[in-house]
Design a protein around this ligand. Structure first.
Ligand SMILES: NC(=O)c1ccc[n+]([C@@H]2O[C@H](COP(=O)([O-])OP(=O)(O)OC[C@H]3O[C@@H](n4cnc5c(N)ncnc54)[C@H](OP(=O)(O)O)[C@@H]3O)[C@@H](O)[C@H]2O)c1
Length: 242
């Protein structure tokens, strides 16, 4: 299946994996809405995507229930929803330095937002529709400083399995990326980004870290495969083995 003529909502579409998915979907002929909180970031993404008539951008914080309800009321019927949104950088700390507001931003962006997206998004999905969320390798290979992210990715995967049952016959899946070169790494590794990602590339069986397009490809599969639900698709270059 291609995404031609499909109405696709991408939450987190102004950056990284979501932006790569938007590019791919537009190329395949989908009607795409990208959502993020920051208007300027959305405008830059739209320009980067060539601002076609089949693209719209909407600024919304998906952790805000009223805002989520209003967004779905405005959008009407959709075919598929993908969410790559995360606000996690502030929580990469060892426990003594960990501050609760940063923890709550992780929980809200990676668990509460998906829950709200399912609550308000499922009723507007067409038959054959799907929801795809984004967990991550930290759930399987946790590292010091990444405790909160590891835990929330695991929680999200539990949510996905439960939603696949409750929302059936809509399909609900997650992609679990390994280390992917996106702007998140500027916040996590700062000046050491190239060194940190290079070290991981050497360690991985595939010899490189991920590209946003690798994850967009996996999400496109999950959207298109009508026999897959409640699944976590690992796209991580063999990280769990290394
Ligand atoms: N990159 C990696 O190595 C890696 C590894 C494992 C898992 N992951 C997971 O993969 C997903 C995508 O990561 P990425 O690297 O593509 O991230 P990214 O480049 O930082 O993009 C995150 C997107 O989410 C949006 N966003 C954040 N909070 C939001 C909110 N409350 N409401 C609406 N939009 C929000 C951001 O825009 P605004 O800031 O403007 O809102 C941005 O568009 C995340 O769930 C991340 O945890 C990433």
């Amino acid at each position: 299946m291609t995404l031609q003529n499909q109405k696709l909502l991408i939450i987190g579409g102004s950056s990284g994996m979501g932006l790569a998915l938007a590019r791919r979907a537009l190329h395949e002929g989908a009607d795409v809405t990208i959502v993020g909180r920051n208007e300027e970031r959305l405008a830059r993404a739209a320009a980067d995507l060539g601002a076609p008539a089949t693209l719209q951008t909407i600024a919304a914080d998906m952790t805000d229930e009223a805002r989520v309800a209003a967004l779905f009321a405005r959008l009407g019927t959709l075919d598929h929803i993908a969410c790559t949104a995360a606000d996690i950088a502030g929580a990469y700390r060892l426990l003594p330095e960990l501050e609760l507001p940063a923890v709550m931003r992780v929980v809200e962006s990676k668990f509460i937002a998906p829950l709200l997206i399912a609550k308000y998004g499922a009723p507007v999905l067409s038959s054959g529709g799907s929801l795809t969320f984004t967990s991550g390798i930290a759930a399987y290979r946790p590292a010091a400083r990444g405790t909160v992210v590891a835990a929330i990715n695991a929680a999200l995967e539990g949510l996905v399995r439960a939603l696949a049952v409750e929302l059936a016959p809509l399909r609900v899946n997650a992609v679990s990326p390994g280390w992917v070169d996106t702007s998140i790494w500027q916040f996590v590794a700062g000046d050491r980004k190239a060194e940190v990602l290079g070290g991981m590339a050497e360690r991985l069986p595939v010899g490189r870290v991920g590209r946003p397009e690798d994850i967009a490809d996996a999400i496109a599969f999950l959207i298109g495969n009508g026999f897959t639900t409640g699944e976590v698709l690992h796209v991580e270059g063999g990280h769990r083995l290394a």
